[in-house]
Design a protein around this ligand. Sequence first.
Ligand SMILES: Cc1ncc(COP(=O)(O)O)c(C=O)c1O
Ligand SMILES: N[C@@H](CCCC[NH3+])C(=O)O
Length: 416
Amino acid sequence: MSAFHYRNGVLYAEEVPLPEIAGRFGTPCFVYSRAALTAAYRAFDGALAGHPHLVCYAVKANSNLAVLDLFARLGSGFDIVSGGELKRVLAAGGNPRRVVFSGVGKSEAEIREALALGVLCFNVESESELHRLNRIAGASGARAPVSLRVNPDVDPKTHPYIATGLKENKFGVPFADALPLYREAHRLPHLDVVGIDCHIGSQLTELEPFVEAARKVLDLTDRLASEGIHLAHIDLGGGLGIRYRDEQPPPVEEYGRALTRLMHGRPELLLLEPGRALVGNAGILLTRVEYLKHGETKNFAVVDAAMNDLMRPSLYDAYHDVLPVVLDTALKPSLYDVVGPVCESGDFLARNRELRVTEGDLLAIGSAGAYGMSMSSNYNTRPRAAELMVDCDRVHVIRERETIEQLIALEKRLPA
Ligand SMILES: Cc1ncc(COP(=O)(O)O)c(C=O)c1O
Ligand SMILES: N[C@@H](CCCC[NH3+])C(=O)O
């Protein structure tokens, strides 16, 4: 049974009715299911059982300490893209030796700190970064473990904003430059060349682009080996899509089978950096209808969550399910845009949905576990929503709702 399911017309998270959560903790709030997170991690890890591997959860998808803590307990490593994410991993009890550091703009301070903590690998994204890393490692008497993130120029067939492995994207080093750059990295005195990395995009719903990119990466790895540059690991990134509406991403077992088959008989450890696939469908955003508004051409359900809580619809025109928390068949269905209180016409969570709702009703916005809270903002001076983790019949507050006082605490008036 799904972690979010109806019982007698009421939506539950595991054993807890969502109206109870709204009553106790208020709305809007993100509600995650521990069972769903655990199941997603185990399925992913299990799908890779055919080859020695390390799952490095992409922290950016949902960086709450409780989520990181849970994955660390399950044996996960982490993919980070900032010093802030590294601090989160440490605060959650994660092991820095299981951390890969990705991102095109690593600062000197971030590199120094990651080096001192002994991260597993820097996924280097440019020649300049390679030299910066070598210099910093030399100055601190250390050796920096590196992979090059190569850009294989494979079309991931996803939304253009979240494609990363095409020539025109800022990510990784051009495939044609990779070999000379590896030779250079190998020569640099303070670097240890340990791996190769590629990540071609997010919310991929087809297997072929993964396989095509992996083949290119494996060919390059073999070429490097023929020159005496032997890699310890191959990192094939994240990107496996989830079902928001009617997408049919490859089941994780199929994805795992395809990749482990490619790795068959190879000596390298397989690394992956999944984000969305581990957390996306393990969370919902719970919100309450403040007003129903009937315009000339549209009906609006104005809710207390907004684009600052979940910006995917505004940013990518992304589809998220809208589920009434209490089914009321006595109400007449109407078409609604579900919109927030933010002063932007782009502030919508869903458009043209047939809903049976009345003012005061609760709605659950589906698939909000990934890139929801982690991309939220305080626009319109809106405190960030609370985050809750349901574990069977218990509810843990894993992030308190922000207060206005906290929002303005760092600001100062001008001197008199
Ligand atoms: C370098 C890197 N690794 C992993 C991920 C995680 O991606 P996803 O959430 O699609 O699995 C991302 C985001 O797309 C990324 O940029
Ligand atoms: N933020 C995006 C995914 C970006 C992945 C980061 N590389 C989303 O919500 O779908």
